[in-house]
Design a protein around this ligand. Structure first.
Ligand SMILES: Cc1cc2nc3c(=O)[nH]c(=O)nc-3n(C[C@H](O)[C@H](O)[C@H](O)COP(=O)(O)OP(=O)(O)OC[C@H]3O[C@@H](n4cnc5c(N)ncnc54)[C@H](O)[C@@H]3O)c2cc1C
Length: 415
């Protein structure tokens, strides 16, 4: 069996832990690994597949906040996120709080380009405030995609990396997957085989069904990292705040044989990039270019055909030397889940709020997962919850471990 202290109550067996984390996206997985490394007995529950919510459907950019400085000012959001690329790089070098040496970096830099010149922003990008975060790129160092005589834009290199998030998730669960559990609750009423038990705003435990018997999982703290699923969990818990907001996107995807990747924001006339392109390698040796930015924000009100038509036009206008005639196109609708703001704006930093014996969290950005783990740790330590030690800690073997998700483009090109 396992090291976990347990006692039988009729058929219901109690499993005691330090922390139960509900939701296995980047927020839950980063926190899970951090707590494991510190010696906490942490169990992570996943309803579908690890990373299969927003996290692997994100563009994987470890923002340093430059995107948010496009108004020409350094906003609070861009200042607070500025330290994140450094945090992730430390982890990639095996020197951070989690070990990401096995994770795959898709690009050492994200770029920003303006077709035909950056007049409005040139002096701002050259300013002292952005030193070390934005560099202009010499012709010889341009990403291969821009290496064409027809290209007359100005390119800046950002101090931001782009990650293959599926490989990050694998690294975060390496060796501890048997402390994750696949759960199954009906999203509508949370009365499936998994049940949240709560009374007077306190979570009493979470009932889960094993192949051999039923368990009740009890923790000193329950951390909700369920992204969009957090609203339903709050309902089941009987808690009305904090509230959640959803900001939808309708992304375009193009799978093609053109051999070079691109990781770049294309500037437009407003503060949202006209296009944000990231590139993701497929098993058959092709690339999926994933198109976000204004095309995806505006695309929310549009049918897939309209988003695809705009994607085709944008690439033809901006990079006419690239032949995408044989490409396959698709789209993906996905919501960003965040704490509710007075306007539908992007919140400034990772959100973590203590409610009874729980913590309700949203990272608001993939890049901010380390910041979210910091906030949770602060709360745990503030409440005197110290690691119990986790050598040999594992879940009973009649419970299934959670599984990692398929690539985000699976199913997008079938239509
Ligand atoms: C298209 C897109 C592009 C983005 N690009 C970037 C980017 O380049 N850089 C960046 O920093 N940020 C980006 N973001 C934002 C970023 O993806 C999110 O902020 C981040 O991934 C949220 O992580 P999460 O762990 O909170 O949520 P999720 O990744 O959604 O994970 C939540 C998990 O909880 C599970 N779950 C739900 N309900 C339950 C339940 N009841 N029980 C158990 N499990 C449950 C879900 O199945 C899921 O696995 C992007 C977002 C989108 C949508």
């Amino acid at each position: 069996m396992n090291d976990m202290s347990s006692s039988a109550h009729a058929e219901l067996q109690t499993l005691e832990t330090d922390v139960v984390i509900v939701g296995g996206g980047i927020a839950g997985l980063w926190l899970f690994r951090t707590l494991n490394n510190l010696g906490y007995q942490a169990v992570l529950l996943e309803n579908k597949t690890l990373g299969g919510g927003q996290s692997t459907k994100s563009q994987g950019i470890i923002h340093g906040g430059i995107k948010y400085a496009l108004s020409g000012n350094l906003t609070k959001a861009s200042e607070c996120i500025a330290g994140m690329p450094g945090r992730w790089r430390n982890c990639l070098n095996g020197e951070g709080e989690v070990d990401l040496r096995a994770a795959r970096v898709l690009s050492e830099h994200h770029y920003m380009w303006a077709p035909g010149g950056l007049s409005r922003l040139t002096s701002f990008f050259a300013s002292k405030a952005l030193r070390g975060r934005v560099d202009s790129v010499k012709k010889k160092d341009l990403p291969e995609v821009f290496n064409n005589r027809k290209f007359n834009g100005k390119v800046y290199q950002l101090n931001e990396i782009v990650m293959d998030i599926a490989s990050v998730n694998e690294a975060l669960t390496e060796g501890v997957i048997n402390r994750t559990l696949e759960v199954n609750w009906d999203q509508a009423d949370h009365q499936g085989s998994t049940k949240l038990l709560a009374e007077n705003g306190e979570i009493q435990g979470i009932e889960i069904q094993g192949a051999d018997q039923r368990y009740i999982l009890k923790a000193k703290r329950y951390v909700l990292t369920a992204g969009e699923g957090t609203a339903d969990l709050l309902k089941a818990w009987g808690v009305s705040t904090p509230e959640m907001q959803l900001r939808p996107l309708h992304m375009a995807l193009v799978k093609h044989k053109y051999p070079h990747p691109l990781y770049a924001h294309c500037l437009g006339t407003n503060i949202v990039p006209r296009l944000t392109i990231t590139s993701h390698p497929t098993e058959d040796g092709e690339w999926v270019w994933y198109l976000g930015g204004d095309i995806a924000e505006n695309g929310v009100k549009q049918e897939p055909e309209e988003v695809i038509a705009r994607g085709k036009k944008e690439l033809k206008d901006l990079l006419p030397w690239i032949d995408l005639n044989d490409a396959q196109w698709g789209t993906l609708r996905i919501n960003r889940a965040e704490p509710k703001q007075s306007k539908l704006l992007r919140p400034d930093q990772a959100f973590c709020k203590a409610v009874g014996n729980g913590l309700v969290t949203w990272p608001t950005k993939l890049a901010l997962a380390p910041n979210l783990a910091d906030e949770v740790l602060k709360e745990l330590r503030g409440a005197g919850i110290e690691p119990s030690g986790n050598d040999g800690f594992a879940m009973p073997t009649d419970l299934n471990s959670a599984r990692h998700c398929e690539p985000f483009w699976s199913g997008c090109f079938d239509k």
